[in-house]
Ligand binder design. Sequence first.
Ligand SMILES: Nc1ncnc2c1ncn2[C@@H]1O[C@H](COP(=O)(O)OP(=O)(O)OP(=O)(O)O)[C@@H](O)[C@H]1O
Ligand SMILES: [Mg+2]
Length: 394
Amino acid sequence: MNTPGFHVYAALEGNLGLEAIREALPFGTPLRAVSLTDAVRAGSEVQHGADLIIVGCSQAHEQALEVIAAATAQRADRPVVVLYDGSPNGFLERAFEAGADDLVALPQSAGQLGFALEKAMARRRGAVAPSDEGSMITILGPKGGTGKTVTSSNLAVALALAGKSTVLVDLDLQFGDVGLALGIQPKRTIYDLAVSGGTLDGEKIDGFLAQHPSGAHALLAPLRPDQAAAVGTSFLREVFEILRSRHEFVLVDTPPAFTADVIAAVDVSSHLCMVGMLDALSLKDTKIGLETLEEMGYDPKGITLVLNRADSSVGITQSDVEQLLGRAPDVLVASDRAIPRALTSGQPIVVAEPKSKAARSYFALAERYLAVRTLPAATSNDNGRRRLLLRKAS
Ligand SMILES: Nc1ncnc2c1ncn2[C@@H]1O[C@H](COP(=O)(O)OP(=O)(O)OP(=O)(O)O)[C@@H](O)[C@H]1O
Ligand SMILES: [Mg+2]
């Protein structure tokens, strides 16, 4: 939640969760906390200007529902997070119906609560683009070095070679290396776009895109880690929306963590691509990553699973993988020295050695997305209902 001037309004029964909220919010975030009774009395007026509403209750469920409904009636696009303790007694369903985006049972650590708040901020109802817009695929992998950048750069080039208008956004804002993977010398980066001022439009963004000889475009990561802070989630949402309206494929390479920026990208993506590696630690993280996405309400059927270095002999069989992850990988990529060799030469392997085993896997991955209309989507507009169904099912 690094949006400048971001305001939080908390309506809390007996200061429920106030300390945890203070700890969870980034230092200096403007927070206005009032009692539930005062919030009901003030109606929606008092919430005016807030970017995130938090409602905390343990007994006063009716008052909490009134505040949630008033907040939603005033601004349907603004996230509402409800904290509760004690027995919910049917309150959860009613809170979702009143317009809550997420419900968090207390007590929670500051880290967990912060994650829930970031998630709610990143997820604005109705943010998913209509289906006539380009496909947006976010490439994820909770562990570092699993092959996300190699996958996203090769996928971008394979789609461009298939004649599709494609742009790859490097969301690894601190240590992004899409430029290196594509052999492109960065001239202008996403940082330059973020600080350029004025309104964003397609032509303006075009001026900040680099181009690979295959035709693939790239919005490259900042040159230095300290520049990452200039790139906020609301700016990113705007960029994604504009790119989707102008390109058939928008791909997003990500850092090895579910940061607020990554969640913002995941939330407006039509499809997700999880890259895991055949080793015990990576598989454990892949499993947790898939479970987290499911908990967040994403349909696992819309997540393509790529298993990288799938032929490594590390004592893990394909059926071990299936048993652990609960599903078979969709695409297997072999360990191939041609990949680092291609990186050294500044060319993705689909161009440098298109007949290699690994390149063929990336072409197969591209084929899946070229038939994208037949792939189930990972997200839908009905986030609240999806989460409610998931909670009921679990
Ligand atoms: N199938 C493979 N065979 C051989 N080397 C590979 C393979 N996949 C990836 N590599 C090598 O592993 C390294 C990490 O790959 P990559 O940068 O794509 O991972 P990443 O998930 O993007 O990492 P990070 O989380 O740091 O962004 C690279 O040096 C790449 O050459
Ligand atoms: Mg990477």
